[in-house]
Design a binder for this molecule. Structure first.
Ligand SMILES: NC(=O)C1=CN([C@@H]2O[C@H](COP(=O)(O)OP(=O)(O)OC[C@H]3O[C@@H](n4cnc5c(N)ncnc54)[C@H](OP(=O)(O)O)[C@@H]3O)[C@@H](O)[C@H]2O)[C@@H](O)CC1
Ligand SMILES: [K+]
Length: 500
């Protein structure tokens, strides 16, 4: 699904109002209803809910939510943060409607008006939404600080108050730190950026039927992979297919002491549907690989400890394989660099480049030009920084990422909490699967195996990256569900891969 910027969201709001058509107030009511549906599902016990409203439309949402919850017999307190003399029309209208249901509205003008907040209460944050135009200050800031200090559960309406939806905040900005963010229809770019984790919490979108045609036509470089979209990418298998149909991949992996990386990438590649797999490893890894991964063919390198290229075993040149995956555990020995240097110009089809192969690229930038177009590079942030430059915030990093993918005509999977797949066309697809349990040695090697298998099966490289990252994260989520995220190991992730 698309991620739109604030101006586009505002225009989408107007397009919906004009084209559906629907009165602005009714659209706000629809948004409030969608929020309330989620809320009563999630908080079925009618615990005391304190709703903090600003004076714009986010505050209007909060007032409508208060009325709808009161109608459902929830004990609700409404606190309006009166920071300015100006209120939006829909705020005023909902204020009048609320007053027909309850007389009890508290107005916060000074710190002494801020209510005490306890741990068994729920706070709904509707102070500021996507209309944020400057840092929070004065009574708004004091109220946010009080909410952040409180032990109550906090649910933000649309976006945490004080957080910009599509531009960086300053380090010292005061922003709500919610447990949940319930946003309307589409996620905001801010939600998928690492620095913002504590200002987002667990986020969900609720459908408010905004104008579909506007969304379809709106230009944006940013997408979030919806589970439905990921499943659609999966190729169906023909019952007359045979192992040749699914390609023959070559993995160049491992070195002395790092043969585990070879085994993990090879097992993941096989578990991701490759037809045939050949693994080239330094000679010392031969018994390891033949024992741990009997399904793979093995090409022992001429060198005992590191990869150098030539093998004692006859075989086609790397360029003849359907695809090549290189990097996990290979180290940076001069012989391995020499092999990489010789190998790259012989490859014409997209490959997967990971780990030390990426570090070799950073240290020998001229090799970047030799990487076949549409290859998939899978750096973590440190490796990406070595390949490019440092950045001052997540937004600058996205710019650098898009430029890099466009300039070098490669697909970049920047790994992280929301892994970002950057395409040669300059688009970015954020992935939502995965959990902190995946931050453990070897999971990157697993991803390389997955992506290599998908390329071997003829997936378009961008689709391979989007689907592969999604499936890899989902496997991690399955493991976390079964045995908890702590103590998860990369082999668990291989075993949990599913392609359906
Ligand atoms: N889009 C959709 O599809 C739908 C959107 N809906 C809802 O509308 C919300 C957006 O509403 P909104 O535009 O009124 O913005 P919101 O943030 O409530 O208030 C802006 C006001 O606050 C002011 N202000 C700004 N920064 C400030 C600060 N630091 N401290 C103090 N004040 C500050 C700002 O002042 P100005 O910049 O004009 O000077 C302006 O007066 C959106 O988040 C969602 O909840 C749903 O109802 C329906 C579907
Ligand atoms: K809010």
């Amino acid at each position: 699904m698309k991620i739109l910027n604030v101006d586009q969201i505002r225009a989408l709001d107007q397009a919906t109002i004009q084209n559906e058509p629907i009165a602005p107030l009714n659209l706000m009511e629809r948004a409030a209803l969608a929020f309330v549906d989620w809320f009563v599902d999630h908080f079925p016990d009618t615990t005391l809910t304190k709703i903090f409203c600003g004076l714009g439309n986010n505050g209007g949402d909060g007032l409508a939510i208060a009325r709808l919850l009161l109608e459902r017999q929830y004990p609700v307190e409404v606190h309006v943060v009166r920071y300015a003399p100006r209120e939006s029309d829909d705020f005023m209208h909902n204020h009048r409607r609320l007053k027909l249901v309850t007389e009890k509205v508290n107005y916060i003008e000074f710190s002494r008006d801020i209510p005490a907040l306890r741990h068994n209460e729920v706070v709904i944050d509707a102070i500021l939404g996507s209309g944020l135009s400057r840092p929070t200050e004065g009574i708004v800031k004091s109220t946010i600080e009080a909410i952040n200090r409180a032990p109550a559960t906090v649910v933000a309406v649309d976006i945490a108050s004080g957080l910009y939806a599509d531009q960086p905040n300053a380090e010292d900005d005061v922003i709500i730190e919610p447990d949940y963010t319930i946003t309307f229809q589409l996620p905001k770019l801010a939600f998928v950026l690492p620095k913002n984790g504590r200002y987002v919490g667990e986020w969900h979108t609720v459908d408010i039927r905004l104008h579909k045609r506007y969304i379809d036509l709106a230009p944006t470089p940013y997408y979030f992979t919806h589970p439905r979209e990921a499943r659609l990418l999966l190729h169906k298998r023909d019952r007359y297919s045979h192992k040749g149909t699914f390609g023959h991949a070559l993995l160049l992996v491992g070195s002395y002491g790092k043969m585990g990386a070879a085994v993990l990438s090879a097992r993941a590649c096989l578990r991701s549907g490759v037809g045939l797999l050949t693994v080239q490893i330094p000679r010392c890894g031969y018994p390891v690989l033949q024992t741990a991964v009997p399904e793979a063919m093995c090409r022992p390198d001429g060198h005992q400890y590191v990869l150098t290229g030539p093998s004692e075993v006859e075989g086609p040149p790397p360029g003849d394989y359907t695809t090549v995956g290189i990097g996990p555990g290979i180290g940076k020995a001069p012989e391995t660099l020499a092999m990489f240097r010789e190998l790259l110009p012989t490859l014409k089809k997209p490959i997967v480049v990971d780990a030390d192969a990426l570090n070799l690229l950073s240290e020998n930038r001229e090799l970047l030009e030799q990487v076949p177009p549409n290859s998939i590079l899978t750096p973590h942030p440190k490796e990406f920084e070595r390949l490019t430059q440092t950045w001052k915030d997540d937004y600058e990093k996205l710019g650098i990422l898009r430029d890099f993918a466009k300039t070098h005509q490669v697909v970049v999977v920047l790994k992280g909490a929301y892994s970002a797949v950057a395409t040669p066309a300059g688009e970015i697809h954020f992935n939502g699967t995965g959990n902190p349990g995946l931050s453990t040695g070897g999971t990157g090697d697993v991803l390389t195996g997955v992506l290599t298998a998908l390329l071997a099966q003829g997936y378009d490289p961008v689709e391979a990256a989007v689907l592969g990252v999604y499936a890899h994260g989902l496997a991690g989520d399955r493991v976390a569900e079964q045995r908890g995220p702590i103590g998860m190991v990369a082999s668990d992730v291989v075993d949990a891969l599913r392609w359906e």
